[in-house]
Design a protein around this ligand. Structure first.
Ligand SMILES: [Zn+2]
Length: 283
């Protein structure tokens, strides 16, 4: 994993210190930048690219109730599953490609990759608690703490990037996509999704957060046009696309009562809950 790293600030090489070799990850040490001399701690094998500065969580839309979020994330995980139900499932069979899961949380997608025999994978999240849970509870390796708007990886070093449930949480989605474009190889693929800001599901999520916690972690709202423009400007083209339908997708037993869906849709807005994309680079 250390071969991929560069300094998130100046993109110079990082120099290891004793104790952070791949073979002795359990030791504690630092990575040091050969350019700007920034130092990044490595604790129990987890490099933390954010701890040296004031935590950047304040401006990003991170989970408003971390404990609750982790409980929900655990429920979503089947540690044995080989399928994510996402578009990237088609690209995980017997591949040597390098994967990067941006906003990996407690390891939901990394586990799917691992169950498909993929070893060349990295993941990071802005919340150290989630990264530590991925490592401790699910034995997911090659995870670190970083901000998606300053990815500490080399230019054009990754074949396949995953960006699920992320950009709606970011203060600067354009910057995140610019960074993904930078680390992705020329022929690389980006898989990502965004919620429809006009959907009932996203509205309930945002309003619920504000009512119960006084804030929401979805600090961006997207329409299809807005996300298309964002992707085009960042140098991506859509290769495949999937539309997720309604929050009813989570409650199939309600599908029988079509009138409920119609009524709620009329009252609360668009039934399309979000879009998933498979993207390539245009330059
Ligand atoms: Zn540096």
């Amino acid at each position: 994993m250390y071969d991929y790293f560069v300094c998130p600030h100046c993109h110079h090489n990082l120099v290891g210190e004793e104790g952070i070799q791949e073979r002795s990850r359990a030791d504690m040490g630092h990575l040091s930048c050969s350019g700007c001399a920034s130092r990044f701690p490595v604790e129990e094998g987890i490099p933390d690219f954010l701890s040296h500065v004031v935590r950047e969580h304040a401006q990003e839309g991170v989970a408003v109730d971390l404990h609750n979020a982790v409980t929900l994330f655990r429920r979503e995980i089947d540690p044995e599953s080989k399928l994510s139900g996402r578009l990237f499932d088609q690209d995980v069979k017997s591949t040597d490609a390098s994967f990067l899961d941006i906003g990996c949380g407690i390891g939901r997608h990394l586990l799917v990759l691992r169950n498909n025999g993929i070893t060349n994978m990295l993941g990071f999240d802005i919340m150290p608690e989630l990264v530590h849970t991925a490592r401790k509870e699910y034995a997911v390796k090659n995870v670190f703490v970083a901000n998606a708007s300053r990815i500490p990886l080399r230019n054009e070093s990754i074949d396949i990037c995953l960006l699920y449930n992320v950009i709606e949480h970011c203060s600067n989605p354009a910057k995140v996509l610019e960074e993904v474009h930078r680390v992705l190889k020329k022929e690389g693929i980006l898989y990502m999704d965004v919620p429809n800001g006009r959907s009932m599901g996203d509205r309930i999520f945002r309003w619920g957060g504000i009512v119960f916690y006084g804030k929401t972690s979805h600090i961006q709202t997207f329409t299809f046009d807005k996300v298309s423009r964002l992707l085009r400007n960042a140098g991506f083209e859509i290769k495949a696309q999937k539309t997720a339908r309604g929050i009813f997708i989570n409650y199939p037993q309600l599908e029988r009562f079509g009138w409920i869906r119609k009524t709620v849709t009329i009252l609360f807005g668009n039934e399309v809950s979000g879009w998933e994309f498979k993207l390539g680079k245009t330059h």
